[in-house]
Design a binder for this molecule. Structure first.
Ligand code: ADP
Length: 410
């Protein structure tokens, strides 16, 4: 009996200790589950925050970003996409062809999905511009996304649409410049070399023939010097050197009259009229007369050389207004097409026009003008109604605020 009680006691003891142990284990298991739950919840919160951040970042990008599933349905689209195609209500989950109504972009997508390789293509589209239809160059780049268990599912691809119109335009300007500049330099050089060969080989025997040859060589030599001078001025202005400006007090009206005087052979050759309109009084300015000569010379020369019509009139208007001086160079010639206006101040940009296609130039003149005006803390704008009037307007302080070019005064 005592043995039985003893055994029962031991068994009860064992049961109690087993119970206590399993309760402890259960508690620690529950704790572990709770901890895991909290970790999962935190992980989900972070994932959500990260996803929101990614969406915000994606929306801050100007490119159009689309994530497309292997079933060609849209899984994600950013805000930038609306610059490319009209936005569609509730696009996520829809067939991508409904959101991107362009067969060429769809080809890029399907090729990428099919080949699981990166596909890129330039696409030229015609879209309504401010005044007329304009061509824009989009790059469509599709690349497969490596699947991960969280953000990307098997077979998803990323499509990026980027507007590279400006880049293409600048690239074209650069290419045109190299072609233009080499042409501009080569033409006078080959004329000079041709005449020199004639003289050296004794082909020109008469003194007046030789003299004519030298006159032509001198003219083309001057032109070469002018092109090189333009390039040097531009590079000096772009270097930002503190001694780029030599400031002094001078009369802008005198400077304008001098420019017209120097251009008088062209003015009479074009049967044009040109005058300075300054209400008869001097227009004092604290600036670099060398650059003001460049500014006015280039503007008037452009007005003359770009226009071959009769009755051409060029006016340099100079008016003081408070602490500013307003300069207007106005002509009534062929004008500048609206589409070219945003680019004419860029280096090497030239307007292609049949009427003046024979006109020589490097596309540097207006870029020198703008840089020189800005170096005087002024600004320049242009408006043009082709065939009616073209007006370049400069507003510049009479006296520059200190700290700019002042070290070079004198
Ligand atoms: P360039 O040195 O070759 O003349 P610019 O930079 O001075 O080049 O001018 C850029 C373009 O702007 C030129 O191709 C010219 O056709 C155009 N342009 C500038 N001024 C006028 C104007 N007054 N009338 C018509 N076209 C102009």
């Amino acid at each position: 009996m005592t043995v039985l009680v003893f055994v029962l006691l031991i068994a009860a003891g064992l049961l109690v200790s087993l119970y206590l142990r399993s309760r402890k284990e259960l508690r620690s298991y529950k704790d572990a589950v709770e901890e895991q739950r909290q970790r999962d919840a935190e992980f989900l919160r972070r994932l959500q925050r990260r996803t929101e951040l990614l969406h915000r970042l994606a929306d801050g990008i100007e490119d159009g970003l689309f994530i497309i599933g292997a079933d060609l349905k849209l899984h994600f689209v950013n805000l930038g996409a609306r610059h490319f195609f009209p936005p569609v209500a509730e696009p996520v989950g829809r067939p991508v062809a409904e959101c991107i109504p362009d067969a060429r972009v769809m080809d890029v997508i399907t090729e990428c999905v099919r080949s699981a390789r990166r596909v890129s293509r330039d696409i030229v589209v015609t879209v309504p511009g401010e005044d007329a239809l304009e061509e824009r160059v989009y790059v469509a780049l599709a690349l497969p996304l490596p699947p991960d268990s969280i953000h990307v599912t098997e077979g998803e691809i990323l499509l990026i649409l980027r507007d590279e119109t400006e880049k293409h335009k600048l690239e074209k300007i650069r290419r045109d410049f190299v072609a233009n500049a080499s042409h501009e330099l080569r033409t006078p050089l080959s004329i000079i070399i041709g005449y020199l060969e004639n003289v050296l080989e004794g082909d020109l025997t008469e003194p007046d023939e030789v003299s004519r040859a030298f006159t032509v060589m001198k003219k083309h030599g001057d032109r070469l010097a002018q092109i090189v001078e333009d390039l040097l001025i531009i590079s000096r202005m772009e270097s930002g050197q503190p001694d780029a400006l030599k400031l002094e007090d001078f009369d802008l009206k005198e400077c304008a009259e001098d420019v017209l005087q120097r251009l008088s052979p062209v003015i009479s050759q074009k049967k044009a009229t040109a005058r300075v309109d300054a209400n008869g009084s001097p227009v004092r300015l604290h600036g670099d007369p060398f650059y003001w000569d460049q500014i006015l010379f280039n503007l008037v020369q452009n007005a003359l050389k770009e226009n071959s019509r009769t009755g051409l009139e060029v006016v340099i208007g100079l008016h003081a207004e408070g602490n500013d001086v307003n300069v207007e160079v106005r002509d009534n010639g062929v004008g500048i097409p609206q589409a070219d206006l945003p680019y004419i101040f860029k280096r090497f940009y030239r307007v292609v026009r049949h009427e003046t296609s024979g006109v020589k130039g490097t596309g540097l003149g207006l870029s020198i003008v703008r840089r020189a005006v800005e170096a005087h803390q002024g600004n320049i704008t242009v408006r043009s109604r082709p065939g009616v009037e073209t007006v370049f307007t400069i507003k510049v302080p009479r006296e520059m605020a200190s700290g700019n070019g002042e070290g070079a005064a004198g």
